[in-house]
Structures are given as structure tokens and as C-alpha cells.
Design a protein around this ligand. Structure first.
Ligand code: SF4
Ligand code: SF4
Length: 75
């Protein structure tokens, strides 16, 4: 049986390999304060599983590290 390794667990995922240490643009852009910077890694992550799928977090990211996983039913 084929297993998928593409499980999406939160509405917004951040590619830590791309995210720039010290940048907070996506955190500041989110109207729900759903994003935060991980103190240990210095990278952004979704700390509250709440999202309007509005887009500024991804639009502000200079390195395209933010992916908004829009649910199929909302597309
Ligand atoms: S899509 Fe909107 S609500 Fe969701 S994390 Fe980004 S800025 Fe916040
Ligand atoms: S805007 Fe992009 S580079 Fe900046 S903290 Fe967010 S994910 Fe990282």
C-alpha cells in the first residue's frame, strides 16, 4: 500500500531551511497572531492553529518560505 508523507497538520507551514534568522515579517503580518518565532531555532512557525487563509504572511515573506495549505472546501 502506498503511504503518503505529505501530511499537512496546520494551516500554514514554514520551510525552516528558507526562513531567515531574525526576520519577523510574517509574524507581524498575521492579523490573528497565529505565527511566532521559535526561540530555539529562530525560525517562524504556526503556534496557534487558527487561520483566515487571508495571505499576507506568505505575501510578505521575502524567500517564499510560507505555504498556506488552503483546505479543498475553501478553494
Ligand atoms: S493566512 Fe492570514 S490568518 Fe493565516 S497565518 Fe497567514 S496571515 Fe495569519
Ligand atoms: S517572513 Fe519568511 S523569512 Fe521572515 S520569518 Fe516569516 S517565514 Fe521566515
Amino acid at each position: 500500500m502506498a503511504l503518503t508523507n505529505q501530511r499537512v497538520e496546520v494551516p500554514v507551514t514554514i520551510d525552516e531551511g528558507l526562513c531567515i534568522d531574525g526576520c519577523t515579517l510574517c509574524v507581524e503580518a498575521c492579523p490573528l497572531d497565529s505565527l511566532a518565532i521559535n526561540d530555539e531555532t529562530g525560525k517562524a512557525y504556526m503556534h496557534v492553529d487558527e487561520c483566515w487563509y487571508c495571505g499576507p504572511c506568505a505575501a510578505r515573506c521575502p524567500v517564499d518560505a510560507v505555504t498556506i495549505n488552503i483546505p479543498y472546501l475553501l478553494r
